[in-house]
Design a protein around this ligand. Structure first.
Ligand code: G4P
Length: 285
């Protein structure tokens, strides 16, 4: 993992920037990947946002096992977070996460209004910020919350960027730029899982290592995941990667199975949701 040594310097700068912006923020919305909720968390946010209301949004829920995601929501709520699951790419308003988030923000807002009333203050809107590791879907989710028109307007050349706020649900102000934090790589398993979901570069691990890890997880969940997709028998296969390559006809000269091509295919198909909705991390406690 030598090629990720530049992260610490980069993280320090980002953390300083985020800390400076926190003063005007009431709510920190942390986006996680529903397939790997623990690995996609950055523990620095706990420090940066320690005095803020915290909302954990399990994004990409369309790719994760619904039942497992529900358990994660429960798990995080028990720890004192607001938690919800969304699909930031969903166009259907009824199914998107926007309404769910607005209802959580309304709850938080009513508490703030109550506090302000008690102190005899005038009610001010709540300000929220979205943070998360790269590729977790921050921009997509902001676009979903803002609506297409605002997103396009903000991207027009010549439009002043600076600090802009997007009104969500007519009541809440959302900072238009997400806070980007790098994942923690202290635990090699975290890096491995994030590489499997495509959140970090494929180059840190070789593809066979990634797929070997994925295959183990699939087998532990249900061998039928592989049997259905690749028409193989898990029980009768000594080497699953070879069995999949053979089933797909990925053969090189001399009839040798092209493991690299097989690994790339399995990875792409997992990431694209073609193997079904699969969570790589489950609640253990
Ligand atoms: P970021 O700002 O946090 O870095 O993430 P971004 O919104 O750019 O999203 C990263 C990729 O994840 C995008 O795919 C986006 O479409 C996809 N994505 C975001 N939210 C969801 C979701 O809820 N469900 C699914 N299935 N996909 C989601 P992309 O443009 O194809 O990028 P890439 O996959 O080529 O990296």
């Amino acid at each position: 993992m030598d090629n990720i040594q530049w992260y610490p310097g980069h993280m320090t700068k980002t953390k300083r920037m985020l800390a400076a912006q926190m003063g005007i923020i009431d709510v920190v919305i942390e986006l996680l990947d529903a397939r790997v909720p623990l690995s996609s968390r950055n523990p620095d946010i706990d420090t940066l946002a320690k005095d803020k209301k915290r909302v954990l949004v399990l994004n990409k829920a369309d790719l994760a096992d619904e039942k497992v995601t529900a358990l994660w929501e429960e798990y995080f709520k028990k720890q004192g977070f607001f938690a919800l699951s969304v699909n930031a790419t969903e166009n259907d308003k009824a199914k998107s996460g926007k309404a769910k988030l607005i209802s959580v923000l309304k709850k938080i807002m009513s508490e703030k209004v109550e506090r302000q009333k008690q102190r005899g203050r005038i009610n001010s809107p709540i300000r929220a910020m979205i943070v998360g590791i790269p590729n977790v879907g921050k921009s997509t989710f902001i676009n979903q919350l803002a609506g297409r028109a605002s997103a396009i307007a903000a991207d027009k050349p010549g439009v002043t960027r600076g600090r802009q706020w997007i009104k969500v649900g007519g009541e809440f102000d959302l900072m238009d730029t997400p806070g980007v934090l790098w994942p923690k790589f202290d635990d090699p398993l975290v890096g491995l899982r994030l590489a499997c979901t495509g959140a970090v570069s494929d180059n840190v691990f070789d593809k066979i290592t990634l797929v070997t890890h994925l295959l183990e997880i699939f087998i532990s969940i249900d061998p039928a995941i592989l049997e259905k997709r690749y028409k193989i028998s898990v029980a009768e296969s000594d080497n699953l990667l070879e069995a999949i390559g053979n089933a797909r006809g990925f053969k090189m000269k001399g009839g040798v199975i092209d493991s690299e091509r097989t690994a790339i295919t399995v990875l792409d198909e997992f990431r694209g949701g073609k193997l079904g909705r699969i969570s790589l991390e489950t609640v253990t406690k």
